[in-house]
Design a protein around this ligand. Structure first.
Ligand SMILES: O=P(O)(O)OC[C@H]1O[C@H](O[C@H]2O[C@H](CO)[C@@H](O)[C@H](O)[C@H]2O)[C@H](O)[C@@H](O)[C@@H]1O
Ligand SMILES: O=c1ccn([C@@H]2O[C@H](COP(=O)(O)OP(=O)(O)O)[C@@H](O)[C@H]2O)c(=O)[nH]1
Length: 600
């Protein structure tokens, strides 16, 4: 029996799969994400200015070329009037973007509430909110209702723009309900879903009140993708343990229907970063920065001001480093770009004050008349200023407590072609699995270890720096955002094609008259029977119940089969074999009757 035997590891995208080719064919792709790659500012009743929004998903998808792609998403702004909505729709159309208009109340309950106060912390191992955190955005149920309504609003926009054959790629934890809405509308839509955050261990995930509904909805997609194998594995075990479904190396199976699950690590458009450094604007920034920080080593942090990024831990480790290495005071500066994010969520407001307090204390403690050790900026930078910073700094410090991937670490490496600076990287970022070879990996909770790594990075020989950089540079420049998107979409096309073939291969119904005639003529018969749902009564595996074990305890031999089965077993010309993935003990429990007549 193999009911609970360990499964082989999940596969990645199949090697040698047919590239139905985004390059040649220009397949239409509808990218559906909470956020459009632009944010909109109103300049008049029917005037809008559009700006690229910050964030990893946006950066990655900007790197995807040669696809006939359109984006569907929220422009990050409330537009209550029709004139404004029409004008914004027109302006966005030029950027191949289609807006979903969400009103303030929905944004509050869906985005600030369910997405960023519940799913985001849970998926990053920070747990569900306590009562006081929930109270600020009303209760769990109303937030979940708003979440489903918002997902339906995204689905409605997809329906309006969908053409047969389009690939629909849903992104992230904001849209876990979307695959279900889409498939219920049209089962033939090709639907992929990709999660940009970690998927936590099923032990964490199972605390979520709406755990089953969300899993079942995601499973409606044809292909489900994650940044790492660990996240994919966690997802599959959540499905087996919570829903009682079967996990296979290919994905999750539910009554013969396979949802393919695999790892697709994202990348960046490294050429875009390299090219940016050749532009005058970036060169000017580089020169200014070199002058400003002459004679000092510069360490860089670039993060959204989010609790998952471990900014307090980073700053405390830097403080410890200065405390233990006073000779470095005035010779090193930590430049922390803390991009404001989700500022309507109280937890983020608290974090801002906390970080300001620590920075103030450390600058007060170690600052001199000429310099302070930490330059902390609560703002975002334009692209060229950011590339210049990446290029001139000596060390990048990424201390995420959990992070789906972390593209900042990739971007830093891409811009360090000449300087070959050191990357200190949290082992809890997805990027640790791809850049671990060249980075100094740290546990961000271990302040002493991070402080020691800062010293190691600042004093590293140029030989070691170059060697480490070479590894990571090779990875970042060959595993690009474009490859990531192409691989996902090709895999989705192949998954759908294979599922179609499987459906066609379903054997025809048994010709019962012939079968009965031949059965009666034969003298020595072998009958191989399935067990679960063949001999047993179907068991409802709702989210209310536990996983496989509880389900198996409830299995019962189907009452209509007791008599026929007994007759078959008593017949000397017939051998009956029951094949099952369940434990022997489960079979012993369910069919003791038969055990007395035959070997199993
Ligand atoms: O849209 P926001 O609420 O302002 O947040 C910005 C984005 O944050 C998250 O990014 C994740 O995606 C990155 C790319 O895959 C990944 O490197 C990073 O580790 C993740 O945190 C979020 O998942 C996006 O949807 C947001 O747009
Ligand atoms: O001032 C800034 C700072 C950062 N970023 C971008 O924000 C993204 C951050 O992505 P990451 O995966 O590191 O984390 P996320 O913010 O998505 O959690 C990177 O692509 C950065 O280039 C930006 O556009 N402007």
């Amino acid at each position: 029996s193999g009911g609970h035997a360990p499964r082989p590891p999940l596969s990645g995208p199949r090697s040698g799969f047919r590239r139905l080719g985004l390059r040649g064919m220009k397949q239409r792709l509808l990218v559906v994400a909470n956020r459009l790659p632009v944010s909109a500012n109103r300049r008049g009743e029917d005037q809008w200015s559009l700006e690229i929004s910050a964030g990893g998903l946006v950066s990655a998808l900007l790197g995807v070329k040669d696809v006939d792609a359109k984006w569907i998403g929220w422009a990050g702004v409330n537009v209550p009037d029709e004139v404004g909505q029409q004008a914004l729709t027109n302006a966005l159309a030029e950027k191949r973007c289609i807006p979903v208009f969400l009103d303030e109340e929905i944004v509050h309950q869906y985005y600030n509430g369910y997405c960023n106060n519940i799913l985001w912390p849970l998926f990053h191992y920070l747990g569900l909110p306590q009562e006081d955190r929930l109270a600020t955005t009303r209760n769990f149920e109303s937030q979940f209702d708003a979440y489903k309504r918002a997902n339906q609003m995204f689905a409605d926009v997809v329906y309006q723009h969908y053409q047969e054959g389009d690939v629909i790629w849903c992104h992230d934890y904001h849209l876990m309900f979307l695959p279900r809405c889409l498939k219920e509308h049209d089962i033939n839509m090709k639907v992929g879903w990709f999660l940009h955050t970690p998927f936590p261990s099923s032990e964490i995930y199972r605390t979520l009140p709406s755990r089953s509904e969300l899993l079942r909805s995601v499973l409606c997609a044809d292909l489900v993708g994650f940044h790492t194998y660990d996240y994919a594995r966690h997802f599959v075990s959540a499905c087996t343990r919570i829903l009682g479904l079967e996990g296979t190396p290919e994905g999750v199976e539910d009554q013969g229907k396979l949802t393919r699950v695999a790892a697709f690590p994202i990348g960046i458009d490294s050429d875009r970063f390299k090219r940016a450094l050749d532009i005058d604007a970036a060169k000017r920034h580089v020169n200014e920065l070199k002058q400003r920080f002459a004679g000092r080593k510069v360490m860089l942090g670039v993060d959204r001001l989010d609790m998952i990024k471990g900014i307090p831990q980073k700053i405390l480790a830097f403080e410890k480093f200065l405390e233990e290495n006073p000779e470095w005071i005035d010779k090193v500066v930590l430049l922390q770009i803390a991009v404001p994010t989700r500022t309507d969520v109280p937890e983020y407001q608290k974090l801002t004050s906390q970080v300001h307090e620590i920075v103030g204390r450390i600058n007060g403690r170690f600052g001199t008349l000429s310099a302070v050790p930490i330059h902390h900026l609560d703002r975002s930078l334009d692209f060229h200023a950011l590339c210049a910073l990446y290029a001139v700094t000596d060390v990048a410090l990424v201390t995420s407590l959990r992070d789906g991937m972390n593209l900042v670490s990739y971007e830093y490496v891409a811009c360090q072609g000449s300087k070959k600076g050191v990357l200190i990287l949290s082992e809890f970022a997805g990027a640790a699995q791809s850049l671990g070879a060249g980075a100094i990996l740290v546990n961000p909770w271990n302040i002493t270890e991070v402080a020691d790594s800062i010293k190691h990075a600042l004093t590293m020989t140029s030989d070691e720096r170059e060697k480490r950089h070479r590894h990571n540079y090779a990875h970042v420049t060959t595993h690009t955002a474009q490859d990531w998107a192409e691989t996902f979409v090709c895999e989705l096309n192949d998954t759908v094609a294979e599922a179609l073939m499987r459906t066609r291969q379903v054997p025809p119904d048994l010709p019962s008259r012939t079968a009965i005639q031949q059965y009666l003529q034969s003298k020595n018969r072998l009958l191989i029977l399935g067990f679960n749902s063949t001999l047993t009564e179907p068991v409802e595996s709702s989210g209310r119940r536990g996983g496989d074990q509880i389900k198996e305890m409830e299995l019962k031999l189907h009452p209509d089969l007791k008599g026929p089965l007994r007759a078959l077993c008593e017949d000397e010309s017939t051998t009956v074999i029951v094949l099952s993935g369940s434990d022997r003990s489960v079979l012993d429990e369910v069919i003791p009757l038969i055990l007395s007549f035959c070997d199993l």
